[in-house]
Design a binder for this molecule. Structure first.
Ligand code: AGP
Length: 600
């Protein structure tokens, strides 16, 4: 996600902002910017790229007040115009923002009607114009009035040339803290940005506005001082030993971001702004082909079940590496969906270019804004899961599946999906971040399970229907981060081959929630038990019977069958993570693998 740093004190602000921003680099960013206020020579600097590319030539502005930002694009491409700080019409208000302004399109249309001139595509810019609209000499008052109109999430820091000598900050659902130093105050989205200057911080709460002045500050209510105990390197991982664990734990938030502003519950519909340009064409399509690689392909397989069952659209999944060399028979009424976290996977991109040449509709489901897949496709949906640093994909996967569920609603409701069914899916989807949070509370038990099974070098993962891709992904995760051999198999296929592998040294993870294929899964588990195989079952809460059959049980809450993969993947990711960590593997950077596979 994006990063914010602000400084007000008695020292030149720029070097302090720069060092704070560098401490936020680990979070990933595509562009950055500074504003340093100096009455004589205000300094605004924005660039696309990494700080290190420009550092040699940085100017040395004077000024003891400033704000800075690293941007990870979510609304609007990666361009200088979209980079923060953003400005109002008169270039008097300077603002950095983390989060998403959900109603920015409506606000922007209204502000344009009122005469405001916009210079970027970024949702953040509406905040500057709203503050400009309400500003009557007192910045915090302008900010307060502006924020009353805003829906979404924000952490902001604002400076105005017309009410100088202060930084006004505010937050809602996006972290922001004040650093209380000696004769100086800082604001940041993350403790790592202030830790070298002070350990005394105040974490702002939702809906709070604070005003920072050179020698004092005030918030709307009194708040206790807290002390940061983390070391710098721990702060970067929010105190987690690895990025992979941090990213697994972030899933309630990443899923919420994926769904934010996109679920129209009463209409049983999804609002996908990125598909609007192509909505009419999509209504006419007769078939979907989804192309992806690795973990993204497992998400695609879940999508295949969803789209066929609920949107009634024949759907086929292929991996980029196969698609580019086989001679597929393509339907001119098909749309092609490309799923990629990075948006740079060479095999996926090659397939995309091939399809584009044939003039067929292309859609992207991508995390990295402005990446090649996002740029090359006709339209698409960003999954908004935030930067994923660990090579093993975790939070992007669950966001990809949630996005496919949104696509199912979007396409299904334009075809034959009934309103009540749409409403039901939308309601259940909305609950997933909370359900995932609940599953994550079981991390200590799952760690114990990984300890119990750490001497086994082979695992079978089985599932049926929606849980088959989950089984594939569970096996994929433990292979890549723990270097353990694992097979992801359809429950019904076991007896045709893999059952031959099962004995007391080859445990099975059986994904068997209470759903339409539960009884069949029980038969598969029985087949394994009579061959002395150990079984870890992933089952629905309240199913006590399964304890009689399985050696260990991990419970997940009840949800719609189509959404079960989002929940069932969580314990499998944790199991793989702990297995890798216990074996001393480099879980964040597994040997021989890269985060973004940009070569064939
Ligand atoms: C996932 O854990 C792996 N790192 C890998 O399989 C990955 O999903 C695959 O390389 C595709 O990457 P993409 O989503 O960036 O296209």
């Amino acid at each position: 996600m994006c990063g914010i740093v602000g400084y007000i004190g008695k020292k030149p602000a720029f070097p302090i902002l720069l060092s704070g921003l560098k401490r936020l680099e680990y979070r990933g960013y595509d562009s950055f910017g500074f504003f340093v206020f100096d009455e004589e020579k205000p300094f605004l600097f924005k660039k696309v790229g990494k700080i290190s590319q420009f550092e040699q030539n940085f100017p040395n502005p004077s000024g003891e007040i400033g704000i800075a930002h690293t941007r990870w694009a979510t609304t609007g491409e990666v361009t200088e115009a979209n980079t923060h700080p953003h400005l109002d019409c008169h270039k008097e208000i300077f603002l950095v923002h983390n989060g998403i302004i959900e109603n920015y399109q409506d606000l922007k249309a209204k502000l344009i009607q009122e005469g405001h001139k916009f210079t970027s595509e970024c949702d953040t810019e509406v905040l500057c114009h709203l503050i400009e609209k309400y500003f009557e000499g007192n910045l915090e008052e302008g900010v307060r009035k502006a924020l009353r109109e805003v829906k979404g999430a924000y952490g902001i820091a604002v400076i105005s040339k017309k009410d100088p000598e202060k930084i006004v900050v505010a937050r809602l659902s996006s972290p922001l803290l004040l650093g209380i130093g000696n004769d100086e105050l800082l604001v940041a989205s993350d403790p790592s940005a202030v830790i070298t200057r002070t350990r005394q911080v105040i974490n702002l709460d939702d809906n709070e506005i604070a005003v920072l002045k050179p020698d004092n500050f005030f918030i709307l209510k009194e708040k206790p001082l807290e002390t940061i105990e983390w070391k710098i390197e721990e702060a970067e991982k929010k105190g987690y030993p690895h990025f992979m664990l941090k990213e697994i734990m972030e899933q309630p938030e990443s899923l919420e971001n994926t769904l934010k502003g996109r679920l129209l519950i009463s209409e049983g519909m999804a609002k996908l702004g990125g598909l609007e340009v192509i909505r009419d064409k999509l209504r006419k399509i007769k078939r979907l082909n989804i192309i992806a690689c690795g973990t993204a392909r497992h998400a695609a397989l879940v999508g295949e079940y969803m789209l066929e069952e609920y949107a009634n659209i024949p759907t086929e999944v292929d991996s980029g590496s196969e698609f580019r060399y086989r001679k597929p028979v393509l339907d001119k009424d098909a749309a092609f969906v490309f799923i990629s976290q990075s948006g740079e996977t060479a095999d996926t991109l090659a397939a995309l270019k091939d399809i584009k040449q044939r003039g067929l509709i292309t859609l992207g489901i991508v995390n990295v804004i402005g990446s090649s897949v996002a740029r090359e496709t006709d339209a698409g949906v960003y999954i908004r899961s935030g930067p994923e640093i660990a090579v093993a994909s975790t939070k992007a996967t669950t966001s990809q599946i949630a996005t496919l569920a949104l696509l199912t609603l979007f396409l299904g409701r334009q075809k034959e999906m009934a309103l009540v069914m749409g409403q039901r899916i939308a309601r259940e989807l909305e609950k997933t971040p909370k359900l995932v949070k609940k599953i994550l509370e079981q991390a200590p038990q799952i760690k114990k399970l990984a300890e119990k099974y750490k001497t086994f070098n082979n695992f079978m993962y089985i599932g049926r229907k929606y849980d088959y891709p989950t089984a594939r992904e569970g096996a994929h995760k433990i292979k890549e981060v723990a270097y353990v051999h694992a097979e992801g198999c359809r429950g019904g296929e076991l007896k045709h081959c893999e059952l031959a592998l099962i004995n007391e040294d080859f445990p099975t993870v059986a994904i068997c929630p209470s759903n339409s294929v539960y009884e069949k899964m029980i038969s598969n588990i029985e087949e394994i038990k009579v061959r002395n195989g150990l079984v870890i079952a992933v089952a629905t809460e309240g199913n006590e019977d399964i304890k009689k059959l399985a050696d260990d049980v991990i419970y997940i809450p009840k949800t719609l069958e189509m959404l079960t993969p989002i929940l069932a993947l969580i314990p499998l990711q944790l199991f793989a993570y702990y297995s890798g960590a216990l074996r001393g593997c480099n879980v964040d950077k597994p040997r021989n693998l890269a985060k973004s596979v940009t070569v064939e």
